[in-house]
Design a protein around this ligand. Structure first.
Ligand code: PSU
Ligand code: MN
Length: 307
């Protein structure tokens, strides 16, 4: 079988020049945000990364081809709500059936790593759902984080989840988690959880820690960098989340449909406030991921004696 991976010219030329690259996921285009905000946000994240002199690589599936570096037209193709949400396990089926698809963090992390991209930005990782003791609904993102050495920049786990259980899971599976200029694990729409984590003081500090993880300690997991939503964009969404979870239960929404359903419902109940918040944190995370990728690149240049 032909290799189903296509790396765009922009991304492969960046990699050939040893220029830093940040991977972006596409499930948020396919299912995380309403149209046309999904396309606008995906393109804005790419622009923010380019402005930092880093190359963006939005990763997703088009006609059964894994695309590292989706074009604007391909991003638009994933935005109409028809493209399925693909975790890593769904990739073989989508390749064989030649379908489109938005990649979750789990699929994006694995493809980024195997393409040589070290940093990935998203909004909030998947995690342990509330009531997981009965449903066993724990995001495939977590297992991928436990076995794929990339830096994942996020605003914590989505607030619709059981955040303490998600943090516990990460600890049990040895995934390092650092707060970006904070010592508190953020809760996606809000900055507070009361859960204490070690603090990284900016992008250079993250680069130092990541270097120590790989080279010195042989850590083979992802490193999670938790960036709180900017203060001005914070939303206290608990009331909307509880209502959305009740609605999901009433309508028997489960499995891979649950996260998109809850995000959409919380957006409707908050009259768009949580959607605006989600967009603000996504853009902020793109900026932070670009800074980290740039610092890692500068470190590497030092090591090979370029500067
Ligand atoms: N961050 C966002 N919006 C999203 C997601 C992250 O701001 O829609 C997506 C990511 O792709 C993540 C997925 O991998 O939600 C988690 O889905 P699940 O809980 O079904 O594993
Ligand atoms: Mn799930």
């Amino acid at each position: 079988m032909q290799n189903p991976l296509d790396i765009s010219n922009e991304v492969s030329s960046a990699m050939n020049r040893n220029h830093p690259v940040v991977a972006l996921e596409s499930s948020l285009i396919a299912h995380g945000l309403p149209s046309p905000l999904n396309v606008e946000t995906a393109l804005a994240m790419e622009e923010i990364i380019r402005e930092a002199d880093v190359t963006p690589a939005t990763i997703g599936m088009i006609d059964g081809r894994i695309k590292v570096g989706l074009t604007k037209e391909e991003i638009e193709k994933l935005s109409d709500g028809k493209a399925p949400k693909l975790t890593l396990r769904d990739i073989p089926y989508a390749v064989a059936k030649k379908t489109d698809g938005g990649f979750t963090v789990s699929a994006t992390a694995r493809i980024a790593m195997s393409s040589g991209i070290l940093v990935l930005a998203t909004g909030g990782i998947g995690g342990v759902h509330r009531g997981a003791c009965e449903t066993f609904d724990i995001s495939a993102d977590l297992w991928e984080l436990a076995r794929t050495p990339v830096i994942v920049v996020c605003s914590g786990a989505k607030a619709i989840l059981d955040i303490p259980a998600t943090v516990e899971w990460l600890e049990t599976h040895g995934v390092p988690v650092y707060g970006y200029e904070t010592d508190e694990f953020p809760a996606f729409y809000s900055r507070v959880t009361g859960i204490h984590i070690p603090k990284a003081d900016g992008a250079r500090d993250v680069a130092e820690i990541a270097k120590a993880a790989g080279a010195a300690s042989g850590v083979r997991t992802a490193t999670l960098i938790a960036v709180p939503v900017p203060k001005a964009d914070e939303v206290l969404a608990d009331i909307f989340i509880s209502k959305a979870i009740d609605e999901a239960q009433k309508n028997a929404i489960k499995g891979k449909d649950l996260t998109p359903y809850l995000l959409k419902k919380v957006g409707e109940l908050s009259k768009g406030k949580t959607t605006d918040c989600n967009i603000a944190l996504l853009k902020n995370n793109a900026r932070v991921a670009a800074d980290i990728a740039r610092c890692l690149f500068e470190e590497a240049q030092h090591r090979i004696g370029f500067v």
